[in-house]
Design a protein around this ligand. Sequence first.
Ligand code: AHM
Ligand code: MG
Length: 328
Amino acid sequence: ETEKLALPVGTTLDRFIKKKQDDFPFASGELSQLLRDIALAGKIINREINRSGLLGIEGAFGAQNVQGEEQQKLDVIADIRFMRALRNGGEVCAVVSEEQNEIIDLDNPNGRYIIAMDPLDGSSNIDVNVSIGTIFSIYRRLSPVGGPVQMEDVLQPGVAQVAAGYLLYGSSTMLVYTTGRGVNGFTYEAGLGEFFLSHQNIQTPLDGKIFSINEGAYNVFEPAVKKYIEDCKEQRFSGRYIGSLVADFHRNLFKGGIYIYPRTDTAPEGKLRLLYEANALAYIVEQAGGKASNGKTRILEIEPKELHQRTPLFIGSKKMVEKAEGCF
Ligand code: AHM
Ligand code: MG
């Protein structure tokens, strides 16, 4: 209640971050600046997405994008925008991105932070005007500042995240993030160019009635997953699947539900990536009172071995994830 009074309607993201910063006067403020950099990149990508339907026809009336780049796929554009914002910001020394195979060194040897991110997730929805998202995890580097980035800086388990969040480019654009003290959501007002605090201290329902899974692969699911899905159907739960992880996750976060991407024959470890898809959402869901698992182990405790490692994912309302785990 006191938090609510302290942060009135109309609180911008900048003001919110500043307020949180004031609560920790000995913090350096770098993390705050980093979150602002991410929000700025999010605004730029939001603008690109809103214009994306015009990309193909813009050539006809002679428009080129600001940097004069040739028309590129939107996920590549998003990657470029993020790298630029993070490099200019100076707080981040290295990035792991879904769009690039190797660790990206940002030439900021004094940067204290590492970011793992999927700049634009939901590839099958990008070209067809359906919700997509950006996912990010922030870690503190382990190796000494000033030196080269090491693999151990990047391969940290999810429990080591200092912040994580996502941008959802949906019917409105939202930024949702946590620094380990609850989850807060901000809605973008494009006319003013500001994110406003719209969802304070988000808590997810303990149980839910929505299951989100691509059932096209049902025949090759593990028996435990089949059993859990049958159970959902027996209870007449709603099946909802956009095919954009952020959008499916976001809906279930508010309404109560479970998102599942299990092992299949063609994806023996599932499809989603531990470092920049599963971990961030796992941190957020736990902070909101939910749960994330690979079926047996807590996602945040999995020790990563490679940058683009995959993991099966069961994430959402605590009771639903526990029940799914119980089927194994
Ligand atoms: P991407 O990183 O290539 O976009 O793949 C991740 C996406 C998720 O957003 C979504 O939940 C899932 O892939 C959908 O996969 P499928 O089409 O196999 O159901
Ligand atoms: Mg992705």
